[in-house]
Ligand binder design. Structure first.
Ligand code: GLY
Ligand code: MN
Ligand code: MN
Length: 483
């Protein structure tokens, strides 16, 4: 583990903290049952600043202190427990291997914070990402005690997530290398899945093949639960059951990304289970691929982030009308939001330590523009629900910005009721979905990095053109099939 990059981040973080004392807790171990725990993966903010992999730790950053600016509270060394549950760095390791100025056992946290708080103005805490009741309880206890003792303690809480989100948005050279590798591994796995899949398999077997390639190529774990969705399961965005049998004639949508050195890929490919697209499948695929390619081509420094979604909506809407999946014109499909029958998620998100990575999409109320070293996904899709052979399309204008604002202000249910009311007022068009498209779901997702003069498509090693996909599907897989 290179400590230099963590030290540089801490210096940058502390410069922005001023004289605030920031408390950043690690992720917590979660019990699965009895004395068995869920697999642990460090909280990304905590990892970003410390590189320390152990659960239940707490990092305190105190830029105003002379000598102890970075203090780690860690689980104590315990040979007996370590023999059961794995090695611990302990306070010595925290200092020697992870560069802490000081380190203490976790049970000293409350008393230590109480003393360190005396006479100070503000504490820093990430309310959104690493909410942790221990640190809040320690803060509350210190305040109560201070009042009785007549000493002053911080009376302001600064949300550190704003600083960390901004820092994490710009990837360092090492992070870019790790992202490239995560994408290289994931591309190999998706390609192998195309070779491996056949109609007599289950989704689970294909998931195993993908994750086998991830881990044999050096990935530590998946970056998120792999989605292996055959046939109409592809129309469920976050389908993770992966327990159905695959059928020849269906498509298989795989959304899976390897994590490498804590950075994750997020790649989706959709291909035919038997290796040959049917005509309606290919028609939908071509529209999604065209949107994918044309949105990617736009990418580069200075592009407003929201332009990508607008472009995807425009291209998909026209494509849906051309295919006969929507009546009227492409413009009407956009104006009235009809495209949302088939495309109801965003066109992408920041990518990094987390699959939906840190970083805001607006700066001071205005849309953010792309800058070099930002990484994100581009992922248009069309999902034709199997159980909606006819749909009711509202004549009311659809304003996505207003929809988002309303849902924030009055809640999703009330916002939905408001849109139903508007639909009743404006009337609606009943429309029969052409039956040959029912149950088809296609998403294509790539991972982009903005460079000084354009972009790098990190996932371009994953077959995407339909002819190439059919050719790869026809190749033999080297993976064994047991059972
Ligand atoms: N795999 C989750 C997503 O694509 O956003
Ligand atoms: Mn994604
Ligand atoms: Mn994805």
């Amino acid at each position: 583990m290179k400590q230099k990059r963590f030290a540089a981040r801490r210096a940058d973080f502390m410069e922005q903290l001023g004289d605030t004392i920031a408390i950043i807790p690690a992720g917590k171990m979660q019990t699965r049952n009895d004395d068995v725990e869920h697999a642990f993966r460090q909280n990304s903010d905590f990892f970003f600043l410390t590189g320390f992999p152990e659960p239940d730790s707490v990092a305190v950053f105190d830029p105003a202190h002379d000598t102890e600016r970075f203090t780690l509270f860690v689980r104590p060394r315990d040979p007996e427990l370590e023999a059961w549950n794995g090695r611990r760095a302990g306070t010595e390791g925290a200092i020697e291997r992870f560069g802490a100025d000081a380190a203490h056992n976790l049970d000293e946290l409350d008393g230590w914070l109480k003393r360190r708080f005396i006479g100070r103005g503000s504490i820093g805490y990430s309310v959104t990402d690493s909410s942790d009741e221990r640190t809040l309880a320690a803060y509350a206890a210190a305040k109560a005690h201070a009042r009785r003792a007549g000493v002053t303690t911080p009376d302001r809480i600064v949300d550190t997530s704003a600083i960390l989100q901004e820092m994490r948005l710009y990837k360092s050279a090492e992070e870019i290398e790790a992202l490239r590798e995560a994408c290289r591994i994931s591309a190999a796995a998706h390609t192998e899945a195309m070779r491996f899949t056949s109609p007599d398999m289950s989704e689970r077997q294909v998931q195993a093949a993908i994750e086998y390639v991830f881990m044999t190529m050096g990935s530590e774990r998946v970056g998120y639960g792999s989605i292996v969705a055959g046939g109409e399961n592809a129309t469920i965005l976050h389908y993770v059951e992966n327990n159905q049998q695959l059928r020849g004639g269906d498509l298989l949508l795989i959304d899976a990304g390897a994590e490498y050195r804590y950075l994750t890929a997020d790649i989706t490919r959709t291909f035919p289970v038997n290796g040959i697209f049917t005509t309606p499948q290919r028609a939908i695929y071509d529209i999604v691929l065209d949107a994918e390619k044309r949105v990617i081509e736009m990418c580069g420094p200075g592009l407003p982030y929201s332009d990508m979604h607008e472009k995807a909506v425009e291209l998909l809407s026209h494509g849906l009308v051309d295919l006969g999946l929507l009546p009227g014109s492409g413009e009407e499909a956009i104006d009235k939001g009809w495209y949302r029958q088939y495309f109801f998620h965003g066109t992408g998100h920041w990518l990094g330590l987390d699959v939906h990575d840190a970083g805001t999409y607006k700066v001071d109320g205005a849309g953010r523009r792309l800058e070099p070293s930002m990484a994100f996904t581009v992922e248009p899709g069309i999902y034709v629900a199997p159980h909606k052979p006819s749909v009711s399309l509202s004549n009311a204008q659809y304003d996505p910005k207003l929809a988002a604002e309303l849902s924030y202000e009055i809640g999703a249910a009330a916002a939905k009721a408001e849109f139903v009311r508007r639909t009743e007022e404006a009337g609606s068009v009943d429309f029969d979905v052409p039956p040959e498209f029912l149950g088809i779901g296609v998403r294509i997702e790539d991972d982009l990095l903005i460079t000084a003069d354009g972009f790098e498509n990190l996932s371009s090693g994953t077959p995407v053109d339909p002819d190439e996909i059919e050719a790869v599907c026809a190749e033999e897989s080297e993976l064994p099939l047991f059972g």
